[in-house]
Design a protein around this ligand. Sequence first.
Ligand SMILES: NC(=O)C1=CN([C@@H]2O[C@H](COP(=O)(O)OP(=O)(O)OC[C@H]3O[C@@H](n4cnc5c(N)ncnc54)[C@H](OP(=O)(O)O)[C@@H]3O)[C@@H](O)[C@H]2O)C=CC1
Ligand SMILES: CC(C)(CO)C(=O)C(=O)O
Length: 318
Amino acid sequence: MHFLIYGAGALGQAIGCMLAADGHKVDLVLRPRFVEALQTTGLRVTGIFGDHGVPPGQIGLFTGIRGRSGRDYEAILLTTKTYDTDKAISDIAALHECYCPVVSLQNGCGNLEKLAERLGRERSLAGRVITGFEIERPGVVRITVSADAIHVGGCVRGTIPAAAKRLADALSHAGLPSIAVADIYQSLFAKLLYNCALNPLGALLGVPYGALGESAETRMLMDQVIEETFAVINAMGGTTPWPDAASYGRVFYGQLIPATSNHRASMLQDLDHNKPTEVEAMVGYVAAQGRKFGVPTPCCDFLAALVRFKEQQMRQPT
Ligand SMILES: NC(=O)C1=CN([C@@H]2O[C@H](COP(=O)(O)OP(=O)(O)OC[C@H]3O[C@@H](n4cnc5c(N)ncnc54)[C@H](OP(=O)(O)O)[C@@H]3O)[C@@H](O)[C@H]2O)C=CC1
Ligand SMILES: CC(C)(CO)C(=O)C(=O)O
């Protein structure tokens, strides 16, 4: 297949490298700071899914897509942070002669809805990724942890689009276990529960996920976040694979935290790098939906406020 990966950082470069190493044609839209390294050394992926690499010149490197044609692409993968989603979708929507599916692989909720609003439900897909990717240095991405296969699905609940199946098969064949699912919203809500419980606390306290699961203090807070998020998902008419918050809690503490216990939240890594966080797509999203549906979310409000404070501090001139 021929892929365009828009916003290629840790996740986009790793997926691009693995797909290209498996014989696919890949173009990356990425920042200039990566281009020289990738032109000189090529791209390599290391870590829990083995070593994969492509030599310089095998992947197309672009710092923008304005004026390009979308005619040849069979899928576009959207891998920017969520605060860049609007700009990314505007760019993709303006791509001349582009009719292929566009798949958001981003964290949080709301991205698929934005895609569907702009590009239509037929072309809009999402993936739920619960695997950790970190740029070790320009040209090398390490896959650190994984709690489950990637899920790919479309906008219409109950059906698996052919494009979702094709992408899941391509990713699996390239070395990233993936499945196509009939209800991607359920997978995204499940990931929302995980991210809302772990990301803000991991970022504010500066500890890996395992430490949050070990302390009674942080477990109490995470239980509260999970209760609130569950209530909001229910109020939105969404479902998760679990009947109630307590059932999810058993999987969260028993399986998901142990599988990713050494991981430092992406939100913590963002603050460490003086970058904005994805708070508005996680606890900020739950708080906003809670207000819309009349569901109180005091703990999510509180955590969102603290993360926003940290972001504001970061933006202050020193
Ligand atoms: N990394 C991970 O382990 C996982 C990430 N995800 C999700 O995937 C998404 C991407 O994460 P991740 O790869 O870590 O993030 P990164 O910040 O590493 O990658 C995003 C990249 O997109 C670049 N970018 C943004 N806008 C443009 C543009 N218009 N043109 C070119 N480049 C652009 C950013 O540049 P700049 O930095 O200069 O803004 C950045 O390099 C997030 O939603 C994240 O939550 C999900 C699961 C796992
Ligand atoms: C563990 C990981 C990388 C899984 O996607 C994550 O959710 C995050 O740090 O935000």
